[in-house]
Each structure stands twice: as C-alpha cells, then as structure tokens.
Design a protein around this ligand. Structure first.
Ligand SMILES: Nc1nc2c(c(=O)[nH]1)N[C@H]1C(S)=C(S)[C@@H](COP(=O)(O)O)O[C@H]1N2
Ligand SMILES: [Mo]
Length: 323
C-alpha cells in the first residue's frame, strides 16, 4: 500500500496552535509497513495515539502540513453526529460499536455500465490510500481539522463506469434496526436509511474523499466505519457515514436533512458564512475542543476555506437560493 501526503494550501499558519499538534506521521509509517492484519493495513482502531505521536515534528515537510491545527483524536472520536445511534453528541461513541462492520458490502448501481455489489475488500482493492488533512465544519457551527485516510470518490465511481446521462450520485447508509438504537427511538424523525447526494461534478471533484481511516487508523464506528464520505467544503451532514449503497441518477436525489427540514437544509449545503441558518448565524464556528471557558471561536470561511478549488463549480448560481 502506498501512502502519499496531501498538501492543503489553504490551511493558514494562523491556525497553528500553541500546543503544535502535528501530523501523526509515525503511526502512518507504521501503518504502511505493518502486516495487513486489519482490513486496509491500518492499525486497528483502539491502538493508542500517544500524545508524543501527535506532537511529532514535521518540519522536514516542504509542504508545511505542520501548519494544520489538528483536532485531537479524542475530540474527533467522542463528539459526533450519527443519528442512527442517538441525537446526543456522545451517543455515537457509546453505541456505534453495536454495528457489525465485517463483512461489509457496497452496492453500486443506477446509471453505470458495470453495476455490482462488492465486498469491501474487493471494492477497495487497488486504491491507493492517501492522508488528507481537511477542515470539517458541521452545520451546527462546530468544526475540526482531521487527518483522514482515504482515496478520491472519483476513483471508486470510475470503476463502475458512470453513464453520460448520470448527473447526480446518491448514497445510503446501512439501516439495521437491531444494531442501531437511534433508528428505533427516532425512527419517526429521519426516514431511514440516511441518504445524501452530490452533483456529479462535486462527486468527481478531487477534494471529495472516501475515508476509511483517520489519524492513520481504521475509522472508529462512530465516525462512519468502515467507509464514509468527506466533502470538506460542505456542511458535515453531506459527509455520509457507513455507506452501503451508491446510485448514479439523472435526477437530484432527496437527502435526509432536506426531507426533514427543507427550509433549513438545502441540497448543496456549501459552507457559507454569508447565509445564516434560519435559527443561527454561520459566521463563526467553535473549533473543537471547545468549552464554555474556551469556546475557541474562529471565523467561518466561504466554502470552508476551499473556495479556490471549488467556487468554480457554482458559477452562475445564486448561493443564497441554492443553499
Ligand atoms: N449515516 C449518517 N451519516 C452522517 C450523520 C448521521 O447522522 N448519519 N451525521 C452527519 C453530520 S450532521 C455530521 S456533522 C457528520 C459528523 O461526522 P463526525 O462524527 O465524523 O465528526 O456526519 C454526517 N454523516
Ligand atoms: Mo452536522
């Protein structure tokens, strides 16, 4: 398995924390050389990320990824949204382990020339994993900086050969009531399975990632094991977790949050400090870890800081209407 590091030119040096949390490089190197006992050759979740590892100096990196303000592993994995396991931020970490993730299959269909349902191992075979440090911002105005491990969604889609008339991509999460307590108690809130969608050009954009790990380890269940999307210029809810189905369509798919509250959540959901949520401002975000005493408030950037790469996708659109 080859590893590459990805430079995020948009992460500013102003985001360096006093603690200087650096790329957890050692565990990545370990991951690359370890016998692939775990599914992707990444160390299993639960193997510890020591404070020392998180602090590793990365000054020899010409790309200065060190400038990233990475959110500590514990915060990334303990403050989550995964409604299948409850609506409290602590529910996913407590209850997502009930979801069995092995074996796992993903069905890809719709407007593709090579539809199929594949075991995860077969689906992922041959993809080169990369580490990418992305800002990630929830619509609820908290944010993190996370070193994800994954590969571009475009690589996965191309394997199934989308047809020319395919204009959108629809995603569905596993829906297994017996293992997902939130789908039992909140079954009437979201029309399960959780669904998301992207326009084809968004899905094919090189920033759009299928993540299978974070901090150099396999994804914890609460973060969407064994595979989830990460679309860094959009609000967090677009980054659907624990994907079991992908369909290429010619019509804009309905998404879970749109179905729930169409006036509050649009299809595009691009991070936009200029367009408030009906119930709160989107101009600032709380960068985790954040507390009452240290809210760690930072200004939200257009397209979450990725405007140079993605603003062109929306030329000619009124983003206050197409929110
Ligand atoms: N299946 C599923 N995917 C989901 C969600 C969910 O409830 N169910 N929540 C979304 C929301 S609102 C956010 S902010 C992110 C949170 O990702 P994280 O827990 O890895 O930070 O997951 C998104 N993906
Ligand atoms: Mo979110």
């Amino acid at each position: 398995m080859t590893k590459r590091t990805y430079t995020d030119p948009t992460i500013q040096s102003s985001e360096i924390t006093p603690e200087r949390m650096f790329l957890n490089r050692r565990s990545l190197i370990r991951a690359a050389t370890a016998a692939s006992a775990t599914m992707f050759g990444l160390p299993a979740v639960g193997s510890e990320v020591s404070a020392e590892e998180q602090m590793l100096d990365f000054t020899d990196d010409p790309n200065r990824i060190l400038a990233a303000e990475q959110t500590p592993y514990d915060a990334v994995t303990s403050y989550n949204n995964f409604y299948e396991f409850g609506t409290d931020k602590s529910d996913p970490a407590r209850h997502a382990h009930a979801m069995s993730i092995d074996p796992w299959t993903v069905k890809v269909g719709g407007l593709v020339n090579q539809p199929g349902e594949l075991y995860l191992e077969d689906l992922l075979g041959g993809f080169e994993l990369e580490e990418r440090i992305y800002r990630f911002r929830c619509v609820e105005a908290w944010s993190m900086v996370v070193p994800w491990v994954g590969f571009p969604l475009s690589a996965l889609l191309n394997r199934f050969q989308p047809k020319a008339e395919g204009r959108y991509v629809e995603f569905k999460t596993l829906y297994r009531r017996s293992e997902m307590r939130g789908t039992r108690s909140f079954g009437s809130v979201i029309d399960w399975p959780y669904r998301e969608g992207l326009r084809m050009d968004e899905a094919m954009h090189p920033l759009t990632l299928v993540a299978v790990g974070l901090y150099g380890k396999t994804l914890p269940s609460q973060n969407g094991a064994p595979l989830r999307l990460v679309v860094p210029w959009k609000y967090g809810f677009k980054s659907i977790k624990s994907i079991v189905e992908i369909n290429v369509t010619d019509r804009q798919p309905k998404t879970s949050w749109q179905m729930l509250q169409p006036r509050e959540y649009g299809f595009f959901a691009n991070v936009n400090p200029a367009v408030d949520h009906p119930r709160w401002s989107q101009r600032y975000e709380r960068r985790l870890p954040s507390s009452v005493f240290n809210p760690n408030r930072v200004a939200t950037l257009p397209f979450n800081g990725y405007a140079d790469q993605v603003a062109g996708l929306y030329e000619g659109m009124d983003l206050s209407q197409d929110y």
